[in-house]
Structure formats: C-alpha cells, structure tokens
Write a protein that binds this ligand. Structure first.
Ligand SMILES: Nc1ncnc2c1ncn2[C@@H]1O[C@H](COP(=O)(O)OP(=O)(O)OP(=O)(O)O)[C@@H](O)[C@H]1O
Ligand SMILES: [Mg+2]
Length: 434
C-alpha cells in the first residue's frame, strides 16, 4: 500500500475552505478509503480527540475504521459513486457515533477525479425521530379514524335494524288487529253453518223418510202422473243420491273455515293461555301421538331427545308449533320419507330441530315461508298460516324459530326453535321480535 499523499492537490484547497466551518461532516478519501481531509465536524463523529484522529488519518487508517456507517462494506457509497462517475446521495443511513449515540444521516458521495471522493454526513437524527413519531401518530390517527368509521357504520346498521324491527312490529301489530277483527267477524256466521249443518241433515233425512212413506200410499192414476211429472221437474232421483254428499261437503267446508278462524285467533293473540312450568318433551310426545294417523305407515320418525329442564311457557301453544312443523315435515318428506326430531338444552334455554328428507325450501322462497298466508300447497290443502302462527307463538315466548341454511350433507328442510327457560315478563301484544 503506497503512503497517503501529505497534501491535497491545490484545486481541492477550495473544497477544504468550504467545509472547514460547515455543520455537516466532510471527508476527502482516496481509493483505499484513506482520509486525506476531514473537517472538524467529522472529528466529533469519531468520538476521539482531533489530535488522535489526525494521527490515525496520517497513518492511513480507512474511513470506516474511524467512523463506521451501516453501509460501509458491501454497500459502500463511495465505491458506487466512483463506479457511476456521478454524485450519489443516500437518506436514512444509520451509524453509531463514537460516544455510542445512534445517528440517522444523509450521506453524499461525490467523485472529485484523480481517485478522490468527497463524502459528507448530515445528522438528521432529530428530524428523523420527529418524522417517525409523526408517521406513527398519523398511522394511529388513521387507525382511530377507521375504527370510528367502522363503529359509526355498525351503529348505523344497528339503528337501521332496530328501525326495521319497529316498522315490522308496527306492521305485525296492525296485521294482528286486522286478523283479530276478521276472525271475530267470521266466527259467528261460520258457527251458524257449522253448528246447524247436522240439524239440517237430520231434518232432510226425516223429510226424505216422509216422502218415501208417501210413495207407499195408493194414489189415483191422475195424482201419480202429477207426482211423477213433479219428481222429474225437480230431479228427485238425483236429489236422493246427492243430498247427503252435498251436506257432507258443506260440513267439511265449515269445519275447515272454523279451523282457519281458530288459526287466525291464535295468530292475532299469541299470548293467550297460562304460563306454566312445562315438560316440553312430554308435549312433543303428545303431539306425535296425535299425529299418528298422518305419520303411521307413511313417514319414519327418528328422535334424539336429550333431557330438558322445565320451561315456563304456554304448553298448549308450543304443542301447536310442534304440530305445524311436524305436519309440514311429513308433507314434505312424503310416503317413505323420514323426519328427524332433536331436543337439547342450549344457551339458557332449550332447542328443538325438525328435519325432513323432503325437497327442502327453495332459496328464493326462504324469505317468505313465515309470511301469513304464504303457501305452495294446492288450494284447500294449506292456508299458509302454520309457520306464521308458529313464529308468533315462539316470539311471544321470547324465543326464535328459523329455517336453517341448506346443508348438502342433510337434504330437506331443517327448522330450529330456541326458547328461553322463562318468557319475557309481559310481552307486548305486538311482540314479534325474538
Ligand atoms: N318442511 C318443509 N319442507 C319444504 N317446504 C316447507 C316445509 N315447511 C314449510 N314449507 C313451505 O312453507 C310454506 C308455508 O308453510 P306453512 O306451514 O306456513 O303453511 P302450509 O303448510 O302451506 O299451510 P298450513 O300449515 O296453514 O296448512 C309451505 O307451503 C311450504 O312451501
Ligand atoms: Mg303447514
């Protein structure tokens, strides 16, 4: 290694003059990184006394041994500037000052020709700290703003849901009143029909008996002809064959209407009945027994019933809910199908599942099946009140009933009911929310 030149070339004296009093540290180095010139600001970085630094520099100590930057070595800026033959600048360069202080610097490297390079170091530690702090504050503020926006969004959604629920409650309450009115108005006339149709049948039977008695009497030829003409005119033979069938269908129609009226009454007044400690499994069993004519030899019923705590509820009404769900499941499953019933204690209440092996509920209908009078059954086969009534009853107990999303592993429809152990203290008449 040749000895470092004792003096800078004359043209570099100007550079030296410029940097002598500068705040930034500056050095001029040769290809071997020997320090030919350093200003007083540089000495401060080394953590050594100026005389000691001067001695080391004169002995040819390389710059990185006097003051080491994180980029010394592989990423040496001087080498890259010389290769590029142009000045280079680097921000955010970390270095350890002689006294152990961590610094952040802006480093420039300027090739001066003749194998010499001018390097300057500007201490931006304080600014960089402030900037970092600023960025972290900014990020925190941005995070807080996003959190706030998320919360506002959530609250808005919650408010919207509450508003929808209120509107729905109001609608259901008006619907309940309307339905109660209709049920009341229909009740009397249908009872006239339903209550009297059996008497009418008796009267008719007596009259027919009387007519048949008259037929045994000996009538004159003229009278017999008159009677025959009359019989033909009124289609007597047909009346004899048809009257019984006709009255039977009037009775069936009246019976059905009375059932609908009863359903409308339950729909409009789901809170009717006494709240009592109830064994709902026993209620479910009773319902299954009542439904035997529908289920026997048609549908297989599988049960998985865990022991349940007693539930304070209107047991009769909940039996009606079971009845509606199981009937629907039996209809959907069809002959040869199966129904799965489950009961389990769940989250401060009890849950029931009713699943069948039928075709399930088409996704586009799922939002409507709980609507009153929504039915996909033939006219006369379904009124579309079963699920609406069930929902009203379950909700009036503070519970919920829902159609579960389709599960490819379990075909058919699956309904879930959840009931709290205790109904709400005094549910308002219009209660519809779970
Ligand atoms: N288990 C089920 N599988 C498939 N569809 C069902 C099932 N349960 C209910 N549905 C659908 O929901 C509709 C409404 O049911 P809901 O019990 O309210 O009335 P309904 O059975 O048609 O008549 P109702 O019960 O008044 O005699 C049904 O018509 C049917 O389309
Ligand atoms: Mg039904």
């Amino acid at each position: 290694m040749e000895a470092p030149p004792a003096e800078l070339p004359a043209s570099l004296e100007d550079v030296r003059r410029v940097f002598e009093g500068a705040v930034d540290a500056a050095i001029i180095i040769d290809r071997e990184h020997r320090v030919l010139y350093r200003n007083p600001a540089y000495d401060a970085y080394t953590g050594r006394r100026p005389r000691e630094v001067a001695k080391l520099a004169q002995a040819g100590t390389p710059c990185h041994a006097l003051f080491n930057l994180e980029i010394c070595g592989e990423a040496c800026l001087m080498r890259r500037a010389v290769q590029a033959e142009r000045p280079l600048r680097m921000h955010e360069v970390h270095a350890l000052r002689g006294d152990g202080e961590e610094l952040t610097l802006i480093v420039t490297s300027t090739p001066l020709g003749g194998g010499l390079t001018l390097e300057t170091y500007r201490d931006v530690t304080a600014e960089s700290r402030v900037q970092r702090k600023y960025h972290s504050l900014l990020a925190r503020e941005r995070g807080a703003k996003e959190e706030l926006e998320r919360m506002v969004g959530e609250r808005t959604q919650a408010l919207r849901r509450a508003q929808d629920q209120l509107v729905l409650n109001e609608k259901m309450s008006s619907l309940g009143r309307l339905v109660a009115g209709i049920a009341h108005e229909l009740n009397n006339p249908i009872n006239f029909v339903y209550g009297n149709v059996d008497f009418l049948a008796d009267y008719f039977r007596s009259l027919i008996g009387l007519l048949k008695f008259y037929e045994t009497l000996d009538l004159s030829e003229d009278l017999r002809v008159c009677v025959d003409v009359y019989k033909q005119t009124v289609d007597y033979r047909f009346i004899l064959e048809d009257w019984e069938r006709l009255l039977k269908s009037v009775r069936a129609g009246a019976e059905r209407t009375a059932q609908i009226v009863a359903g409308l009454k339950t729909f409009s007044r789901p809170q009717i009945g006494k709240v009592e400690e109830t064994d709902l499994l026993a209620g479910l069993e009773t319902t299954l027994n009542l439904l035997q004519p529908l289920l026997r030899d048609r549908v297989t019923v599988h049960t998985h019933l865990e022991p349940l705590p007693k539930v304070r509820c209107r047991g009769g009404q909940l039996q009606q809910v079971f009845m509606n769900l199981i009937t629907n499941a039996a209809h959907a499953a069809g002959p040869g199908g199966a129904i799965f019933l489950e009961a389990a204690p769940l989250e401060g209440g009890v849950s029931f599942r009713v699943r069948d092996t039928g075709p399930g509920v088409a996704p586009e209908l799922a939002g409507q099946i709980f609507d009153p009078f929504f039915t996909t059954k033939e006219v006369g086969e379904g009124t579309g009140l079963g699920l609406a009534i069930s929902q009203r009853i379950v909700r009036s107990h503070g519970g919920r009933i829902e159609l579960e999303p389709p599960d490819p592993a379990k075909p058919g429809a699956q309904f879930l009911i959840w009931l709290p152990l205790e109904p709400p203290p005094s549910p308002p008449e219009s209660e519809t929310a779970p």
